[in-house]
Structures are given as C-alpha cells and as structure tokens.
Design a binder for this molecule. Structure first.
Ligand code: PMP
Length: 350
C-alpha cells in the first residue's frame, strides 16, 4: 500500500438503479414518471437565452424559490433548493447530524441514508420496521442525534399518518426530524403544515417523481427560518453555485403548473389501483402503496429469478439483495400499456 492511500477517504458508494442503454424496454426500476414534464418545461427551454450561460447562475436560486413559495404558500425564507433531493439530503446530513448520539432511520428505507452517514462519519442506528413494514413511533423514543425517514417509505410504499409523525416529533423536540417526501404527491398527507408548529421539522421534496423531471435534478426542503439559515451557511461553505441556470428557470415554470401535476399524478394513481388488483389476483402480496411503485412478494416465486426473467423480457424492475427484503421486487407504476404488458408476462410466467 502506498503511503498516500492511508489518507484516502474510503467509502462504499450508493448504487443507483440501472439506466440500461437498450431502446425498446419497459423501465420500471427507478420510480421515474412515465409521462413527460409539463409543456411549460419545453416552452421555457426554447425561450432560454444561451448568452446568459456566460454568467454564473443565481447562488440564492431566487426565481425557483419564489415559484416554490407561490405554489405551496410558504414564505421564501422557509425554502431551500438543491440539485435533486439527494443534494438537499446530503446538505441536511452535513448541517444537522453533527452530534455524537446516533441518528436513527428505519432498517428498510432509502439506501442512501447509511451511505451519507458513513461518508460523513455520522454515528447511526437502524430501527427495525414491524412485521408489516410499518414504522413504530414508539421505537424512536430514545436518545438520538437526529431522525430521518421517507414518507411514504421507500421501497415499501407504506404511508405513516400525520398523527404518528406528530408522535415522533413530540417525543423528539431536542432532535432534528427530517421527513423525506419524495413520493408524497402519489397519495399521502404532507407534513408541510406541521413546520409552523415544530421548529425541529424539515420536509424534503423533489421534482424527480411527480413533476417528471429526474433528469433536471431539482430538490427542495421546507423548514423554519433558523433551520434554512443554518443550511444555507453550510451550502455556501461548500459550493455556492449548486443549481444551473436551466434547472432554476425550468423548475420555476414547471412548479407553477399545478394543474398538469394533478392530471399526471391522478393517472398514475389510477394505474396503480388497477395494477394492484391484478397483482393480488395473481397471488402477489404487498401493503397498500401511497407512492408510484408497489413492493411485492409471491409465496411461490423466487424474487431474484423473476427479476432476471423480466430483464430477459426487457422489463426492468428493482431487486434489493438485502436482509428481510430479498424476496421482494419494487415495481414502478408506468403507463397503462406498460403495466398491461407486465401483467401479461406475469400470467404466462406463473
Ligand atoms: N428520497 C427517496 C426516498 C428516494 O427514493 C429518492 C430517489 N432515488 C430520492 C430521495 C432522491 O431523488 P432525487 O435526488 O432525484 O430528488
């Protein structure tokens, strides 16, 4: 080993879902939205002045933050924006999880949380979900350096009610509690109104799922002014120009089109309900999903084998080789046609 190697920060990176290069495939493995973004995105892109690329973008992301503020009726001082919610979450870990007590998150959850904790040397403990993959608020009543969970949870799709979120917040007034609402638009009640009441709550959102803009990389967070201010101090100590000009402008245009959001999310919810019925009829079990994916298992089918068979048929879903969930597949809700093709394949396979 060379001497300098001792000084390398060695980490095990997060592994995102595959982005296959094939043309004709059904891609249900990374919870992308099957519909295009609002037509306002294209209009805005066409109107972009290329000469403006000469200058640095606005480090305060003002135009985007103003648009988020209008869309959700939250003051600008309570909003933070970043390069996808991954960037926002990484900044949150860096800013708020700086204590010595372990931060807590579920044992089955977004698999980036432990990666950031390891990268930033934050002590953490995972809290087992119950048998039905539900979060038990009572398990979060112990000393901790912060709490984070997605709602609905990923990859389970299970929703935690606002009452139970309040139970966690009430028992943890000395900790920062982050609710990652990447999938909230697909059927959950948002914790956003609770930020008035709880000075320790941060709610994180993304443009990647309900707004169909995973490729643009836009995420944001809501919290009381003092929290956003701490977050900005860390951001401006790391990289001032996180968001590029097209993302700032197109994000602002897209979030102003709430009518389009509502139309596409309702289509996905309708497809999910149809697909859920079909999957139950085929013998798959899963808890009700409040997200744009189902997390399914089948008594008579090995999940890994089915995953491979689907891939051969050019249908990509997600399989996690992890304790408790290696017999499950996470399937994103695509278009009606895509889900019909998948159901036809499964009927044949079974
Ligand atoms: N949180 C959860 C729970 C997710 O599943 C994802 C998507 N991988 C993200 C955050 C990050 O999404 P993005 O960076 O695209 O906003």
């Amino acid at each position: 080993m060379k001497n300098w190697e001792k000084n390398v920060r060695k980490v095990v990176p997060y592994v995102p879902g595959e982005q296959p290069k094939e043309d004709h495939l059904i891609k249900l493995n990374t919870n992308e939205n099957p519909y295009p973004p609002s037509p306002k995105a294209e209009q805005c892109l066409r109107e972009l002045e290329i000469s403006a690329f000469r200058k640095y973008p606005d480090p305060e992301c003002r135009e985007l933050i103003q648009a988020i503020s209008r869309a959700y009726g939250v003051p600008e001082s309570r909003i933070f924006a970043g390069v996808g919610s991954d960037d926002v979450l990484a900044m949150l870990f860096l800013t708020f999880f700086h204590g010595t007590a372990p931060i807590l998150f579920p044992d089955i959850t977004y698999s980036f949380y432990d990666v950031w904790a390891e990268l930033l040397r934050i002590p953490y403990e995972t809290v087992p979900l119950d048998e039905e993959f539900a979060i038990r608020p009572g398990d979060y009543q112990r000393e901790n350096g912060g709490i984070i969970f997605p709602n609905p949870n990923a990859p389970t799709g299970r929703l935690l009610s606002l009452d139970l979120i309040k139970e966690i917040l009430d028992a943890n007034s000395d900790s920062i509690v982050i609710v990652d609402e990447a999938y909230i638009d697909f059927g959950g009640e948002s914790a956003l109104p609770l930020i008035d009441q709880y000075e320790n709550l941060i709610v994180v959102r993304t443009f990647s799922k309900s707004y169909s803009m995973a490729g643009m990389r836009i995420g944001y967070a809501f919290g009381q002014e003092h929290l956003i201010s701490y977050l900005n101090d860390v951001k401006f100590s790391f990289n001032s120009y996180t968001m590029n000009l097209p993302a700032l402008k197109i994000g602002a245009a897209v979030i102003s089109d709430q009518e389009y959001l509502s139309m596409t999310k309702n289509k996905i919810i309708k497809t999910r309900e149809w697909f859920s019925k079909e999957m139950r009829a085929l013998g798959f079990s899963f808890s009700e999903s409040a997200s744009n994916f189902l997390f399914v298992t089948h008594e008579k089918v090995d999940a890994k084998e089915l995953f491979e068979a689907l891939k051969k048929a050019h249908i990509y879903v997600r399989h996690f080789r992890k304790p408790r969930i290696d017999q499950y597949l996470r399937i994103t809700i695509g278009t009606d046609e895509e889900m019909q093709t998948l159901v036809a394949f499964l009927k044949e396979y079974l």
